[in-house]
Design a protein. Structure first.
Length: 262
């Protein structure tokens, strides 16, 4: 019995020894495999770490570029915004200036329109006056045409009147009769007629203008010559006939509108 027990113990020991040996071998192999896996994983981890470092550097680089671009974009936008504000301010000033100019032009246009209305009214009045004057002149031309027949006899009467005036003046001087103070006359040349030559003046009986009165002809304060009153019109007390007595310059003839006075 004791021997059997020993045998059993030996068998058990052998079995346990085999198992323990196998366990040692398996453990060593497992440790080796584990070390290899750990080494592989460490290499993989190192590679990932390196890749992560590179990625971090790239991220940092991109982040720096992004920050720089953002700053440049911000500066550009701020510059553009400032320039746009300046341009808007400039345009506003120009608009204000143009509005002021437009208002001034509108005021000037209104003034010109008023002046135009006044000028048109004056022109209409002058046209009416010219039309009336034309009628008057036409009527006077008709009268002049009827009086042209008397011009020839006026020439003869002129000499007689001149002689009579001289005789009368001589008598006045001889008898010491005071002569009436010289009266002032003033008028204009209305019409100039040729063949026979005579003038129509706008002064006559109404101003007590005497026949034979000499009048000076003046234009722009320049002496042009002298005329002599030939006849006063009974039918129109504002008109008289005259002839040219003398001219300062034959090339500067008497014109319609010239002033006559004494």
């Amino acid at each position: 019995m004791k021997n059997i027990l020993i045998i059993i113990i030996v068998i058990i020991a052998v079995v346990l020894g085999g198992l323990w040996g196998k366990t040692i071998v398996d453990k060593s192999k497992a440790e080796k495999d584990l070390k290899e896996q750990l080494s592989i994983q460490k290499k993989s981890l190192d590679l990932k770490t390196a890749e992560l470092s590179v990625a971090n550097k790239e991220v940092a680089t991109h982040k720096a570029k992004t920050t720089k671009i953002a700053a440049e974009l911000k500066a550009t936008k701020e510059g553009q915004l400032s320039a746009a504000k300046d341009e808007i301010s400039k345009r506003d000033d120009q608009i204000t200036e143009h509005k002021n100019i437009a208002q001034d032009l509108q005021k000037k246009l209104a003034t010109l329109n008023k002046q135009l209305e006044v000028s048109q009214a004056d022109l209409a009045a002058k046209d009416t006056k010219v039309a009336n004057m034309t009628q008057i002149i036409t009527g006077k031309d008709t009268k002049i045409a009827g009086l042209n027949k008397d011009v020839a006899s006026w020439k003869e009467k002129e000499k007689f009147a001149d002689n009579l005036a001289k005789t009368y003046q001589k008598l006045l001087l001889e008898n010491k009769i005071p002569i009436e103070p010289k009266k002032k006359f003033a008028g204009h040349i209305l019409t100039i007629h040729k063949d026979p030559d005579f003038l129509i003046l706008d002064i006559g009986l109404k101003e007590n203008l005497p026949v034979g009165q000499e009048l000076k002809v003046v234009r722009d304060n320049h002496f042009i010559g002298k005329v002599t009153i030939e006849k006063l019109l009974d039918e129109d007390e504002n008109l008289s006939y005259a002839v040219v007595k003398s001219l300062v310059d034959e090339n500067n003839q008497i014109k319609e509108g010239d002033i006559v006075n004494n």
